[in-house]
Design a protein around this ligand. Structure first.
Ligand code: XGP
Ligand code: MG
Length: 216
């Protein structure tokens, strides 16, 4: 029986994945490393530090900067990102999400956030939905980020609910691998491989179909 759902944040609850892309792209421009949306797929679901390393590796610049300079770049990107999301509100919650959160609450299904982003609590506050969540996994407490399963396992431990009674929802390939390897049932949003149940967009995420697929 389904007891809990662990949600990714960026690209699942709201379209902040787009603002991460814009901010990383600006940072890339500053250091002469251009990239497109296809490359950006690799940055989805992974931490700030790992995202920077992938961009630097793309430009063969991994060794070109000191740790201090890399920290400065991450601060620069995050400041720009925060500026870009300044005005997000409830209206930026993706289609289908609010009715799903409501249905889960009515059915006593616990909810967790399993996001690599350190900005998650602030974004949930801005969207006005933080109170739906029973726990938010702190990504800095996780040894191995997505695609490793640690963050979804931590969500299950924090809720004290076995992974076999949980679903994870993700929009990134690293995230789907992470859910699958945690042994939770995976729900993917978008164009992804190996999700147990895949929907084209959040608008198609509804309580009854999710339960039906999980029980299948
Ligand atoms: P934070 C973000 C990363 O910067 C971004 O590259 C990832 O796509 C995103 O997390 C995944 O949710 O982390 O800089 O907001 O801490
Ligand atoms: Mg995501």
């Amino acid at each position: 029986m389904l007891k809990a759902i662990a949600f990714d944040l960026d690209g699942v609850l709201t379209d902040t994945a787009e603002y991460h892309y814009l901010a990383w792209k600006e940072l890339g421009k500053k250091i002469g490393i251009d990239f497109d949306r296809e490359f950006n797929e690799k940055l989805k679901g992974i931490s700030r530090g790992e995202s920077l390393e992938l961009i630097l590796a793309l430009g063969d610049q991994q060794k070109a900067y000191t740790p201090e300079e890399k920290t400065e770049m991450m601060v620069w990107k995050n400041d720009l990102y925060i500026e870009l999301i300044q005005n997000i509100t409830k209206k930026d919650i993706l289609p289908g999400i609010l009715p799903l959160l409501e249905a889960l609450k009515e059915n006593n299904i616990k909810m967790a956030i399993a996001s690599a982003s350190k900005n998650a609590p602030m974004i949930l506050e801005k969207l006005g939905i933080i109170s739906y969540f029973d726990t938010i996994v702190d990504p800095s407490s996780i040894a191995n980020g997505k695609p490793f399963p640690d963050i979804f396992i931590a969500a299950s431990e924090q809720l004290n609910i076995p992974v076999s009674q949980m679903i994870g929802i993700e929009d990134s390939q690293a995230g789907i691998t992470s859910i699958n390897d945690s042994q939770m049932f995976s729900v993917g949003v978008g164009v992804l491989e190996q999700a147990d149940y895949l929907v084209p967009s959040t608008a198609e995420l509804n309580f009854d179909s999710i339960i039906a697929q999980f029980n299948n």
